[in-house]
Design a protein around this ligand. Structure first.
Ligand code: GLY
Length: 362
């Protein structure tokens, strides 16, 4: 099996390590120390508690680790301030490096901290959740949320390397694991129908599943290719935007319900079913595909409707602020077939309102 993959971005290309990733991480930490480079880590409290010796084993000192609370609320201006000041207190300079140890929240926050501190320092990702292993740790999207919307502040700032230690998933709470499966299912839906079929044929995947390492690599390989072709999501159609299948709906849900009410992957799961409904309404796929998508989400213990109804007017307002929109018109990722996503421009807002009712919005 592949030991590592490369995200090909010319001089900013970087590896995603799968095999012996802890040893490779330890050797990187050692190399930085030998070169007299200062290092710090921003760590998620839950991951640090579940694996108290991991960072020490990798060669970090306790004093170099800033532990931040788990949960979406940490992707805030307040925690960004705390992280930047931690780096300044530790006298990090332009030669220094910051590591992120955690899921998407810590990865996005630490990445943006690295992008902003001294106008940018080196950054490494050590993802600890399935969601961050298959999606957020790769591709350089970093940022924080505002009360007005998810990920409204941020930068494209690629990591220097990503270290994927799949054993870290053994302690991941089941709810978090399922949330990661939403992104895995997303890859099948947007670009890999055989992955989708494989997932359909397995009742349920957990951290012990023998197929999990190869599934993680497959998702990373799709992501690496898409990012290499459209790093900053500037393609007129298709491109990196396709990785956002279900995400316009998901971000609106997270914003309106209040950050942390849904895990990102849970909101993505609802978003995936709504994106499928939208594709049917746009005449792009058969209605029967909705039940296939619902079945795969449900067998992975993911929600397909809102737990409490949210106001459609608020959800529509949040959709209007989506970064994918162009010239004030709603723009979505939809599917021409499972495994073949496209961007759909100028989607009628009446249609979007109707779609929200399918998730139980009022
Ligand atoms: N998670 C979507 C992207 O990285 O573009």
């Amino acid at each position: 099996m592949t030991e590592s993959l490369t995200v090909k971005l010319d001089s900013r290309s970087y590896p995603i390590h799968f095999s012996s990733a802890l040893a490779k991480l330890a050797s990187k930490v050692n190399e930085l120390r030998e070169d007299n480079k200062s290092i710090c880590v921003i760590a998620d409290a839950g991951s640090h508690e579940a694996h108290p010796n991991f960072l020490i084993q990798a060669g970090f000192l306790k004093s170099e680790i800033l532990v931040l609370p788990s949960g979406e609320k940490t992707k805030s201006i307040g925690c960004l301030n705390q992280s930047l000041r931690f780096l300044a207190e530790h006298n990090l300079n332009r030669d220094s490096a910051l590591f992120a140890f955690g899921g998407g929240v810590v990865g996005d926050l630490a990445g943006f901290t690295a992008a902003s501190y001294l106008r940018g320092i080196d950054f490494y990702q050590i993802p600890t959740t399935l969601l961050s292993m298959v999606d957020s740790s790769v591709g350089g999207k970093t940022g924080i949320n505002l009360p007005e919307g998810k990920n409204l502040v941020g930068a494209f700032w690629q990591p220097r390397a990503v270290f994927i230690v799949a054993d870290l998933l053994q302690t991941l709470p089941m709810r978090e694991f399922s949330a990661g499966m939403a992104e895995v299912i997303k890859y099948g839906m947007l670009a890999d129908k055989s992955l989708f079929r494989e997932l359909e044929s397995i009742d349920y995947i957990n951290a012990q599943a023998p197929s999990l390492p190869s599934i993680i690599r497959r998702c990373c390989s799709i992501k690496a290719q898409v990012v290499a072709n459209d790093e900053k999501e500037t393609a007129i159609s298709g491109g990196r935007t396709l990785l956002n299948l279900g995400h316009s709906f998901a971000h609106a849900i997270e914003n309106v319900a209040g950050y942390g009410e849904y895990l990102h992957g849970e909101a993505v799961a609802i978003g995936l079913i709504l994106a499928t409904e939208l594709s049917v309404k746009l005449g792009q796929i058969q209605e029967s595909e909705i039940s296939r998508v619902r079945a795969i989400l449900e067998s992975n213990l993911l929600p397909t409707t809102l737990k409490d109804p949210l106001p459609i007017s608020d959800l529509m307002q949040a959709l209007q602020r989506d970064k994918k929109n162009r010239s004030g018109k709603l723009r979505f990722v939809s599917m021409q077939a499972i495994g073949n996503a496209i961007t759909s421009e100028n989607v009628d807002s009446q249609m979007a309102e109707t779609i929200w009712t399918r998730a139980g919005a009022k």
